[in-house]
Design a protein around this ligand. Structure first.
Ligand code: FMN
Length: 306
């Protein structure tokens, strides 16, 4: 089993949760972080881009997330050199993106519980690393197969699960069904992390303290706000300018200038959320010539607020 640093973990967010952001989230108290999803087929064909997505910077514990639908290729991925540095492997059964679903990957696997089971059990048997699964409560808007799917994951050898309380058809909006997650967590012995719109200590208390869910996975609530891990862990928040400086330092230690330009501007736009004139500041950030200038625009907006 993975040794979680806390029961508040960072959910994978493609395009955002690279090793720099993950390190920052650990600094703030995240219990586990996960890479964005990488294709098991991409690993099979030794795709260069896959290597980039799997870049780590010594952060721990760390899981790699894989997606695919072929049990053999998924199991092969689990044993691959590329995944050697990881403490655990997470299987994506929740991605709603049409391109993925059309290939019968990600959330499409919710429509074939037998195939999903085969994938998990083959992966679990292929490696001594802990296997976990992240899935949604169902595919169609009104569907709720959460309990059945959670039990299947446990039986197939998953050591913990993360449940996004929305269906595939909901994509990323609408309410997350915490009641379904709670029911599932009552029916399995493995740790369950609740996911979907968790943003406050009240959400955390409701799920974990009042309803005994093992933990929570924070996605968009951590963007521009890694302090959420401090708040939920009962620690005092760090001021945003310090967080931005630390985030930039981790980026510089790990990535080239081109990557930092595109990636950090997106993050800066989240850091300035809630400041006055956020919309015009976002424009300034995106059109700025270099990243230092973009950082200054963000800091000006933040300092004017405090
Ligand atoms: C931009 C973006 C990228 C995402 N990438 C992934 C991914 O690579 N793997 C995955 O399992 N979920 C991914 N998700 C889903 C999140 O992990 C999470 O389940 C979802 O955003 C709900 O949690 P939240 O309401 O706290 O954001 C992504 C979500 C967003 C918005």
């Amino acid at each position: 089993m993975l040794k979680f640093k806390s029961n508040i973990i960072l959910a994978p967010l493609a395009g955002f949760t690279d090793c720099a952001f993950r390190k920052l989230c650990y600094d703030c108290g995240a219990g586990l972080t996960v890479t964005e999803m990488v294709s098991a087929k991409g690993l099979h064909y030794k795709n260069e881009n896959t290597k980039y997505l799997l870049k780590t910077a010594g952060e721990a514990p760390i899981s790699a997330q894989i997606f695919g639908n072929d049990p053999d290729i998924m199991a092969e991925a689990c044993c691959s050199e590329a995944l050697k540095p990881f403490d655990g492997i997470d299987i994506n059964m929740g991605c709603p993106v049409p391109k993925i679903v059309k290939n019968f990957e990600g959330s499409a696997l919710l429509n074939d519980i037998n195939l999903a089971e085969k994938i998990i059990s083959k992966c679990a048997k292929s490696t001594s690393k802990p296997i976990s699964v992240k899935f949604r409560i169902g595919f169609r808007a009104d569907e709720d197969i959460c309990v059945e799917f959670a039990k299947m994951c446990e039986g197939a050898g998953a050591q913990f699960i993360t449940i996004h309380g929305r269906t595939r058809e909901q994509f990323y909006s609408g309410n997350a069904r915490y009641d379904s997650i709670i029911k599932a967590s009552e029916q399995v012995k493995i740790p369950v992390f609740a996911n979907g719109n968790i943003k406050t200590i009240e959400d955390y208390d409701f799920l974990v303290k009042q309803n005994n869910v093992f933990g929570v996975a924070i996605g968009r609530g951590a963007l521009g706000n890694p302090n959420i891990f401090r708040e939920l862990n009962g620690l005092t928040p760090i001021d945003k300018s310090t967080l931005i400086a630390q985030h930039y330092k981790y980026l510089k230690e790990n990535f080239d200038e081109h990557y930092i330009q595109t990636n950090f501007k997106k993050h800066l736009c989240y850091y300035i959320d809630g400041t006055a004139h956020a919309k015009s500041t976002r424009n300034l950030i995106f059109t700025s010539q270099n990243i230092e200038q973009a950082i200054n625009f963000a800091l000006e907006a933040i300092n004017a607020q405090s």
